[in-house]
Every structure is written in structure tokens, then in C-alpha cells.
Design a binder for this molecule. Structure first.
Ligand SMILES: [Zn+2]
Ligand SMILES: [Zn+2]
Length: 128
């Protein structure tokens, strides 16, 4: 009898700590992520679908990002598996992976790790 209630209590505690340590990012955390706008490169001689540039958008945090060139195979959001459209807003994480800003914001609020490499944007890469 008492054994049973004890294990239930432990289970409840365990669930709570899982939820509490859990791992979503706050608006504050997301605001400092560098933001970019995607521009498709238009090269008429050699059209390479999807290839383009990520141009930094100024953010409230004042984080200075640099422009990045994307290969066609990189110009895709790994969350929704869609190629970046011209003018799409992107976020890059400290691990250099990038996604649609809407997709990664939704993801990070549930789980503050990079969907590709599990880099934790709140703690850095200290796991494992
Ligand atoms: Zn996406
Ligand atoms: Zn990553």
C-alpha cells in the first residue's frame, strides 16, 4: 500500500522535473537570434533553382549578422521541408543552421534545440 503511493509520488516528481527542465525558449531568447531575408539569385545563364543569398535584417538586439550565400541544396527549411521562397524571413541559430523564422520560432518555443544538430540555444553545446 505505502510502497505504491511512494512510487506514484516519485513518478509525479519525475514528470514534473521533465516538464520544468523542459526546454522551450522564451520570446526574449528568440529575439536575439539573427534574422535574415532570403533573396533568390537570378542567374539567367545558369539557373540554379533555390540558390540565393541570406541578407541580414536589423534586429532590436543590434546583433550584427553577415550576409550568407546558400547553395541550392541548403536553401531549404528542414522543419517544413520547403525551399525558401524569394523574400522569405529566416532565422539562423548559433550553430549556423537556418530555417524559416516562423518554423523555427514555433519549434524553439517547444524545444530550444536545433532540429538538425541538437545545439541548445539556451545552454550552448554542453550536452553529451
Ligand atoms: Zn519552414
Ligand atoms: Zn544546428
Amino acid at each position: 500500500m505505502s510502497d505504491r503511493s511512494c512510487s506514484l509520488l516519485l513518478l509525479a516528481l519525475h514528470n514534473c522535473s521533465t516538464l520544468c527542465s523542459g526546454s522551450g525558449a522564451s520570446e526574449e531568447d528568440l529575439r536575439v537570434l539573427p534574422k535574415y531575408r532570403f533573396h533568390i539569385c537570378k542567374n539567367e545563364e545558369k539557373p540554379r533553382v533555390g540558390a540565393g543569398r541570406m541578407v541580414p535584417i536589423e534586429t532590436s538586439s543590434g546583433y550584427l549578422a553577415t550576409e550568407r550565400i546558400l547553395l541550392p541544396e541548403d536553401a531549404e527549411c528542414c522543419i517544413c521541408l520547403t525551399s525558401y521562397e524569394d523574400g522569405a524571413e529566416l532565422h539562423a541559430l548559433p550553430c549556423n543552421h537556418h530555417f524559416h523564422s516562423t518554423c523555427i520560432v514555433k519549434w524553439l518555443k517547444m524545444n530550444a534545440t536545433c532540429p538538425l544538430c541538437k545545439y541548445n540555444i539556451l545552454k550552448g553545446n554542453d550536452q553529451v
